[in-house]
Design a protein around this ligand. Sequence first.
Ligand code: NAG
Ligand code: NAG
Ligand code: NAG
Ligand code: NAG
Ligand code: NAG
Length: 354
Amino acid sequence: MKLALFLLLVTAQLWTQAFAKQRNKSVKSNHQRILSERLMNKTDINLCEIKGNSEHMHCVCSDGTSVFNKTRAECWIFSEISTDNSIWNLFSTQPWLRWLKLMVRPEVKIFRLPKVIFTHLHRLEYVSILYGNIEELPSYAFHESKTLKEAKLSSNGITKIATHCFYNMSELTLLQLDENNIEELREDMFVKLPKLSKLVLSRNNISQIQDGTFSHLSQLEELFLDGNNLRSLNRMTFMELGHLKMLILSMNKIGSIDDFTFEQLWDVVILDIDQNELRFLSDRAFSGLNSLEELILSNNYLTVLPHGLFADNTRIKYLNLRNNELKSLAYETIGPVLTNIVKHSNGDLIISGE
Ligand SMILES: *[C@@H]1O[C@H](CO)[C@@H](O)[C@H](O)[C@H]1NC(C)=O
Ligand SMILES: *[C@@H]1O[C@H](CO)[C@@H](O)[C@H](O)[C@H]1NC(C)=O
Ligand SMILES: *[C@@H]1O[C@H](CO)[C@@H](O)[C@H](O)[C@H]1NC(C)=O
Ligand SMILES: *[C@@H]1O[C@H](CO)[C@@H](O)[C@H](O)[C@H]1NC(C)=O
Ligand SMILES: *[C@@H]1O[C@H](CO)[C@@H](O)[C@H](O)[C@H]1NC(C)=O
């Protein structure tokens, strides 16, 4: 009897202890849940788990070792958010981001680039902004980022670029601004970009290029200006581009090329002036292009080529003159390049045809 009572007491005590433990546990986890919910409801605490501001922006993050240590983020912007909105400070919760893509929904009429996000991201190497109706890119848009290597700003309705917009970005190698509405390039736009090697300005509405616009880009190798509204060039347009290898000027309205326009482009291998309105090339138009291997002059209105036009371009192995209005081609003109074209198995001289 005594033993039975003792056993009962022990069992009851054990059961009470177990129950208390269980209760402690559930109180604790419930408390944690409320705490974290409250944090989420009131202010978001992590860019990659946005709850409270979900009507403005939503980010999907990947890679990285923990939830506060992501290296890639893709964010959708759902509404117009002013540049001083605190939501942009959420980028400070992911300081390890190296890769960022911002996609703007079509409902957003104007997207003002929030420069502040770049003050938080000291490891960012790649940024891409898509479909944003940006209109004007501000000065120091990327906060003189010392880590950004690639900036892609294609298709953003950019019309204006403020002074020193892309200023002092020591690691930037690629800048893409294609499919925007830029009308003018100024000398203050591309300054202190010591590593920029590729600049894409295709399919804008550029009609003016201020003298010296590219003269600070000493490492530039590829320049794309196709699909614009250019009518003329001069010898100051491309000055100091001593490392340029490729110059694409197709689909513009260039009517003539004067002496020494490409004078300082010693390294250019490919020059494409397809689909312009070329009627006149002066004798020394291609002077200085000593490394030129491919010259594309197709789909223009050329009727004659001056003697000695290719005197400096003895390395040409591909010359395309298709779809011009040439009546004849003098040996004095074509002679200097002919032997070279014949010598190369992949060389070609295209004069007529569709
Ligand atoms: C329950 O939690 C309290 C403090 O919160 C602690 O003093 C007590 O020992 C816990 N009880 C058990 C059975 O874990
Ligand atoms: C957080 O928000 C949800 C839904 O909006 C709500 O059900 C919940 O009670 C809120 N939690 C707190 C702690 O305020
Ligand atoms: C975050 O990740 C980096 C490497 O990507 C690592 O060096 C760092 O220690 C991590 N920090 C934390 C808090 O996990
Ligand atoms: C460029 O950036 C570096 C590093 O942030 C800074 O020290 C330097 O003063 C800047 N140069 C100019 C001309 O603003
Ligand atoms: C392109 O630029 C010209 C001025 O050079 C302007 O008149 C025209 O409206 C622009 N086109 C577009 C589509 O913005």
